[in-house]
Design a protein around this ligand. Sequence first.
Ligand code: PHE
Length: 525
Amino acid sequence: MTASTGAPAPEQREKWSGQTAFILAAVGSAVGLGNIWRFPGQAYESGGGAFMIPYLIALVTAGIPLLLLENGIGHRFRGSAPLALRRVHKRAEGVGWFQIAVSFVIGLYYTVVIAWAVSFFFFSFNLDYAEDPAGFFIGEYLQLGDEVKLGFDIVPGVMWPLLAIWAIAIIVLALGVHNGVERLNVVGIPLLVVTFIVLAVRAMMLDGAMDGIEALFTPDFSALADINVWIAAYGQVFFSLSLAYGVMITYASYRKKRSNMTAPAFVVAFGNCSFSLLAGFAVFGAIGFLAHEQGVSVAELDGLTGVSLSFITFPAVIAQMPGGPIFGAAFFASLVIAGLTSLISLLQTISAALQDKFGWHPRGSAVAVGLIMATLSVLGFSTTTGLYLLDTVDQWSNQLGIVAGAIGMVAAVMIARRGREIALHLSAVSTLGVGRAWRVLVVGVSLLLTYMLVRKTVELATQGYEGYPGEYLAVFGWGTAGFLVLIAIVLPLMPWHRAIAEFDAWPTEGQLEEAAAGAARKGGA
Ligand code: PHE
């Protein structure tokens, strides 16, 4: 029918097989390294139990509203981030590319952490790290140099698992949304949840576990007065729900036309949050045991945050507990599965954007993206100075990049005056409607994010980061920010492989409104 009217042929977008597949894939993206190694350490450092307050507030005021927004944009405007946002507003394509660039940068080092977990999975069987976990990770495994500079001394022990992860990722992507991405999640997520519940239960049974849990959840309410704790909570929610990377827009675009788009967002948000709590129990239960074995209090232990938590402190626990090798292998296998399903979402997002823009075939696009990123990832991060680069690029892309990407997205919707349209759309296709409160929250969040962005930019500009040399930060920190902006400017200048239609596949805002009024008259919600 469309052909005869001269309108462009309807897109043959790939599809999920159904709602469950979509939810599992979205949970697969959300539940990742962030839940297992970032959340427990972050919470411990930011007020323990009191952190739950800003965290839950951030989840309700920012996480869920933006997840709904991305679901709405992806489903109504049916495209990867650049295409969908371009349909929101002619000039918003660059915001989409900005998000794609953030995903690109993060994908380069996210893989590296998964590769470490692969190595540590194998090390667990013989407890190779038992004698001196810190020396083993930093010295023997990473072979970290002591100077913060760019280097190209590749560490083979990191490079090989890294290449393996890239090979797996390319294969899964090349199999397509339905046969690759969906299957990985449908198998991986239940497996991950079961393994992790067993791990948590085992950890809770260790001597001293309760002291660890207590250390994690004892509230220090004074932390609530610290603005940085709030910023950390919002940052954690964004990273953890994969928001402002273009991921959820892309995943929503693979849903069928008649799909419930709101209820799954709640399932994903609460599922992700529960997994983080579960990880908190598993990790701090085990840490309580370590303190107990060493006859000290949890507060006296070092290395309870960041990279050290998973790769130094946790190995120390594994080395001392009965059945350590199995527990260790299960822990690192969980990290690998959780990381892989998140990684795939990042890569699919990038690949989908290139397919939409240049008309590339899904398989070709997957292979091209994978090969280019694998090369950069190996050269930049599997070296003796890779950890410094990872740390720097992560600060700029995660702390500044995603916040800026989120602000741009909300601004695009507001400038195009499409907030109401998206709300009506979500309500029309879903069981649970969204209304004015949602729109107010979205706008409120963007103001808060703007404040965070300015503050963080000023902080990085005036105080630097971790005492790293200024030139190094100029090139790799600010350089990363420059790269994101460059992509956002250049890609919209390139031509689309075919004219993109104004988007008319759905009832217009007016029709949606009439339908909503009709439903209300009939006594609907
Ligand atoms: N949500 C993932 C995590 O918690 C990180 C991620 C962000 C993955 C964005 C994909 C896209 O680890």
